[in-house]
Write a protein that binds this ligand. Structure first.
Ligand code: ATP
Length: 258
């Protein structure tokens, strides 16, 4: 089988420590491999886009990295902590925005943030200050006392982001933070991401290739559970045909071989 991986360019921050590491990660459901021997790292300060078609295994990989699922084989590390054996320590450094945003639709953004602040052990003035900071950062002040169930998808995503940022994590893993948003909301989420990416290490999955060009420094791509690209955005489009064409080529490779 030919190797469709043009891993031709080194990430720009190779000297920085790895904050997210997937090492030979596998997740099997019966005989089906949702994630198959996936290895990559995200170094401190990088914003890496995680791409792949529907069903490629992005959410499963992210759940393995966050310790939400345990791997069938391999190791997931966040800030050096093995998420299978040292999840609590890793979780202190990690903010996670799951695919469908925050739960608890009957709560308001404020009560949800209070709930998570309590769960994170934040108290007193620190708790108040962190809640105010993430409300400002994610531009939530106009909806802070409305039930989450009544908020637009864009605001719900931002509530999820605020929750993920509450404990000042160094690392963010975000599963499709712009899914289902209109162009204005996407622009707003992008601005928020740019603001926070100055200080954080971020892995985010997306289907939107323009998103990648707009915000990411590097791309990791999977297809049918396997890594098919790990390199710069620039190199992904080395032949000048555009990112759509590159995505198509890389994610059709294994289909063509079967
Ligand atoms: N609990 C499960 N049991 C069996 N199969 C599963 C389970 N969870 C996921 N899968 C399968 O694993 C594969 C990868 O799913 P995953 O949700 O990780 O893909 P994805 O890349 O995030 O897709 P999308 O872009 O549509 O969200 C899919 O074929 C999915 O049906």
């Amino acid at each position: 089988m030919t190797d469709p991986q043009p891993r031709s360019e080194k990430p720009s921050r190779t000297s920085e420590p790895a904050m997210i590491e997937a090492i030979g990660l596998c997740k099997f459901y019966g005989a089906f491999a949702a994630v198959n021997d996936v290895s990559f790292r995200v170094n401190k300060g990088e914003l890496v886009a995680f791409l792949g078609p529907n069903g490629a295994g992005k959410s499963t990989t992210m759940k393995l990295l966050t310790g939400y699922l345990s791997p069938s084989a391999g190791v997931a590390r966040v800030a050096g902590h093995d998420m299978a054996t040292d999840r609590l320590a890793g979780s202190e450094k990690l903010g996670y925005l799951p695919e469908n945003g925050p739960l608890y639709p009957d709560m308001t953004p404020h009560s949800l943030l209070e709930f998570f602040a309590d769960a994170r052990g934040l108290t007193g003035s620190k708790k108040k200050e962190r809640i105010e900071t993430v409300i400002d950062l994610c531009i939530l002040s106009s909806v802070v006392y409305k039930p989450i169930s009544k908020l637009s998808k864009g605001f719900r995503q931002r509530v999820g982001m605020a929750q993920a940022l509450l404990h000042e994590p160094d690392v963010l893993i975000m599963d499709e933070p712009t899914a289902g948003l209109d162009p204005n909301q996407i622009a707003e989420v992008r601005r928020t991401l740019r603001r926070i990416s100055e200080e954080k290490t971020i892995l985010l999955s997306t289907h939107i290739l323009q998103e990648v060009e707009a915000i990411a420094s590097r791309v990791v791509m999977i297809n049918e559970g396997r890594l098919v690209y790990d390199g710069s955005v620039k190199n992904l489009d080395a032949d000048g045909q555009g990112l759509d064409a590159a995505f198509h080529r890389l994610t059709r490779a294994s289909v063509a071989e079967t």
